[in-house]
Design a protein around this ligand. Structure first.
Ligand SMILES: *[C@@H]1O[C@H](CO)[C@@H](O)[C@H](O)[C@H]1NC(C)=O
Ligand SMILES: *[C@@H]1O[C@H](CO)[C@@H](O)[C@H](O)[C@H]1NC(C)=O
Ligand SMILES: *[C@@H]1O[C@H](CO)[C@@H](O)[C@H](O)[C@H]1NC(C)=O
Ligand SMILES: *[C@@H]1O[C@H](CO)[C@@H](O)[C@H](O)[C@H]1NC(C)=O
Ligand SMILES: *[C@@H]1O[C@H](CO)[C@@H](O)[C@H](O)[C@H]1NC(C)=O
Ligand SMILES: *[C@@H]1O[C@H](CO)[C@@H](O)[C@H](O)[C@H]1NC(C)=O
Ligand SMILES: *[C@@H]1O[C@H](CO)[C@@H](O)[C@H](O)[C@H]1NC(C)=O
Ligand SMILES: *[C@@H]1O[C@H](CO)[C@@H](O)[C@H](O)[C@H]1NC(C)=O
Ligand SMILES: *[C@@H]1O[C@H](CO)[C@@H](O)[C@H](O)[C@H]1NC(C)=O
Ligand SMILES: *[C@@H]1O[C@H](CO)[C@@H](O)[C@H](O)[C@H]1NC(C)=O
Ligand SMILES: *[C@@H]1O[C@H](CO)[C@@H](O)[C@H](O)[C@H]1NC(C)=O
Length: 503
């Protein structure tokens, strides 16, 4: 259990430590001269050579998920506020800005993260902790034209003071009519996730074509894409093969054989969940390990690490200093659970995964660590894909190339960008939210080429099958994470830190 007090204490400790530590990220870039530049709240981020980043809109309230409608309006879900729509200027390259005042179309403070549009663009979905709602949507007007209908229910946590509350939404493009919904665990370590009937720590797909007035019940209905997934906030569809991938936030305060090894273990995960076209894979619907089995990141720090490699599953011993009851061992973790396709450094908090239209790259946001002495993450990275899979092997520690990051991680989390969600516009530009700084950025190539078509020369790792120019993509959907919208007073001071364990 993650107790509130302990979170506050951890937050204080984390701050003290961060104040002393310092670290430097790689590169910076000259910002382009735009007619009206908006200064980034926390200074210019570090940007990989060949890339540029601009602020499109600032002073938003915890922007989480963004998407474009068919008329090019940018829709933003602000956590604990509702849904806002804005026009953008039609400038070239990175000189794109919010045009005029954004309009709040849905005022609903229960909405926390998930936002998606149906394939025909006529239904808008957004999620609260317990439910997913649908509204009729008219892109020509840039607004909903009906009130909400509850289409999925039954996702409220038993404990009102603990648990992950984001419910990420993804409308699939390869298979029509499905809405993917993710639900994280109730606690840092949630034994209920061993019971498949609770729906805790799962990803499910619901058929919206035949949804009835009573809607679906999350624990009971839907197609199970995976369970034993602690908190898979990001879920994405590879556009060529239709493969579903998710990115998972793994456990905090991990121990084994009496040693607390949480600094660098376990790793965060990218998981593969098969396809939705009816073709079965052994992964789909499988158990991915939580709360018993986890992915190794720093093997050398794991006691009794015989045979372990990066990305292999191994058994937990203690959590938050308390020995846990398990019936698994490293062998059964490997044999009976689905291993991640890629593993990332512990605590980086991946929140979104979005593919480019040619499925040669998956972009992943990392919200950043709290359960670690030196902050890590707080960046946007890109991972090379080919034929429906990452080109890097599962034991790789270098699969992700950083494109946007913070120059001084010791200033995180308070004075950093905290990437959450991504969206492509029709010109192949990539837009990114940073919730704590209230900003939306646009990420483009410095040479004016589309981000969607980015190849090795523009920031991607070298690959045998390179590609350089690109067509505009047409993707837009949501991912999810948690916020603390109901916090107030002194607690709100620590909201940024509190938000992390529940990410
Ligand atoms: C977007 O632009 C259209 C056309 O100029 C205008 O009617 C609409 O009010 C604008 N919406 C917002 C939110 O600015
Ligand atoms: C849009 O949704 C909001 C919140 O659900 C509702 O109050 C409003 O009436 C809806 N707009 C229209 C035009 O139905
Ligand atoms: C599993 O969860 C379901 C739904 O919450 C509950 O009815 C059932 O009793 C649980 N089973 C066990 C063994 O705890
Ligand atoms: C969704 O339901 C409709 C109506 O029952 C059905 O025709 C369609 O095949 C279903 N879609 C999927 C992906 O199962
Ligand atoms: C919709 O169709 C799917 C099969 O595609 C089925 O599993 C589901 O139960 C149906 N939904 C309702 C509400 O009947
Ligand atoms: C489903 O998609 C996979 C991957 O693209 C493909 O190999 C398979 O043949 C497809 N199955 C059907 C029934 O279309
Ligand atoms: C792994 O652990 C070793 C031993 O503590 C440490 O020296 C090294 O920096 C760690 N590497 C990573 C990537 O965590
Ligand atoms: C471990 O399992 C035993 C037997 O089921 C139970 O009595 C005990 O409370 C469990 N311990 C914890 C920490 O859950
Ligand atoms: C690991 O667990 C499996 C399944 O419970 C069991 O069959 C096996 O004997 C265990 N191995 C060791 C080394 O304890
Ligand atoms: C990583 O896995 C590949 C096979 O996929 C293997 O050849 C290689 O030795 C492994 N590397 C390490 C460091 O274990
Ligand atoms: C994407 O695929 C299309 C069609 O195969 C091709 O024309 C284009 O060059 C590709 N772009 C990239 C970036 O690979």
């Amino acid at each position: 259990m993650v107790r509130f007090e302990s979170l506050l204490a951890l937050g204080l400790i984390a701050r003290a430590v961060q104040a002393q530590s310092s670290s430097a990220a790689a590169t910076t870039t000259a910002a382009p001269s735009c007619a009206s530049s908006i200064a980034p709240k926390n200074g210019e981020p570090s940007v990989a050579p060949g890339w540029q980043v601009q602020v499109v809109k600032n002073e938003l309230s915890t922007p989480r998920t963004i998407l474009f409608d068919s008329e090019g309006h940018l829709l933003v879900l602000e956590s604990g506020v509702g849904v806002t729509v804005m026009n953008l200027t039609q400038d070239e390259g990175g000189c794109v800005r919010a045009d005029g005042n954004p309009e709040r179309i849905i005022n609903d403070e229960s909405l926390l993260h998930g936002l998606a549009l149906s394939l025909d663009g006529k239904t808008l979905y957004a999620s609260s902790e317990p439910s997913v709602f649908a509204w009729d949507y008219d892109a020509a007007q840039g607004r909903n034209t009906s009130g909400p209908r509850e289409v999925v229910s039954g996702m409220k946590n038993d404990d009102p003071n603990d648990g992950h509350v984001t419910r990420t939404l993804l409308v699939t493009r390869n298979v029509e009519g499905l809405l993917l919904v993710t639900k994280g665990s109730e606690h840092n370590y949630d034994a209920r996730a061993r019971n498949i009937s609770t729906g805790s720590s799962t990803i499910k797909a619901f058929n919206m074509t035949n949804v009835t007035d009573s809607g679906y019940n999350y624990p009971q209905d839907g197609l199970l894409l995976g369970w034993g997934l602690r908190n898979s906030v990001g879920v994405g569809e590879e556009p060529i093969t239709g493969a579903i991938y998710s990115v998972e936030n793994s456990v905090d305060d991990f121990g084994r054989d009496g040693q607390n090894i949480h600094e660098n273990n376990p790793g965060e995960e990218m998981n593969f969940h098969g396809y939705l076209n009816g073709t079965e894979t052994e992964e789909q619907g499988g158990n991915y390990g939580y709360p018993d089995c986890y992915a190794a990141w720093n093997v050398s720090e794991i006691p009794d690490n015989d045979g372990l490699e990066v990305g292999m599953q191994f058994a937990i011993g203690e959590v938050e200093g308390t020995k846990v009851n398990i019936t698994v061992n490293d062998t059964s973790c490997r044999e009976d659970h689905v291993a991640p396709r890629l593993t990332f450094a512990a605590h980086m908090a991946p929140l979104d995964i979005k593919f480019n239209s040619n499925a040669t790259a998956a972009w992943v946001t990392f919200h950043g660590s709290w359960d670690r002495t030196d902050p890590l993450g707080y960046k946007l990275s890109v991972i090379e894909f080919e034929n429906g899979s990452p080109t890097a092997p599962a034991n790789s520690t270098t699969a992700a190339t950083d494109i946007v990051s913070n120059p001084d991680l010791s200033r995180c989390p308070d004075n950093c960008i905290r990437p959450v969600n991504l969206a492509w516009d029709s010109r192949g530009r990539l837009f990114m939210t940073s919730d704590s700084s209230g900003e939306i950025f646009v990420v483009v190539r410095a040479d004016g080429g589309s981000t969607d078509g980015a190849g090795p020369s523009s920031g991607l790792p070298p690959s045998p099958s390179s590609s350089s120019t690109a067509p505009p993509p047409a993707e837009s959907t949501g991912a999810a994470v948690r916020d603390a919208p109901k916090l107030s007073g002194i607690v709100a001071v620590f909201a940024g830190i509190l938000a992390l364990p529940v990410v």
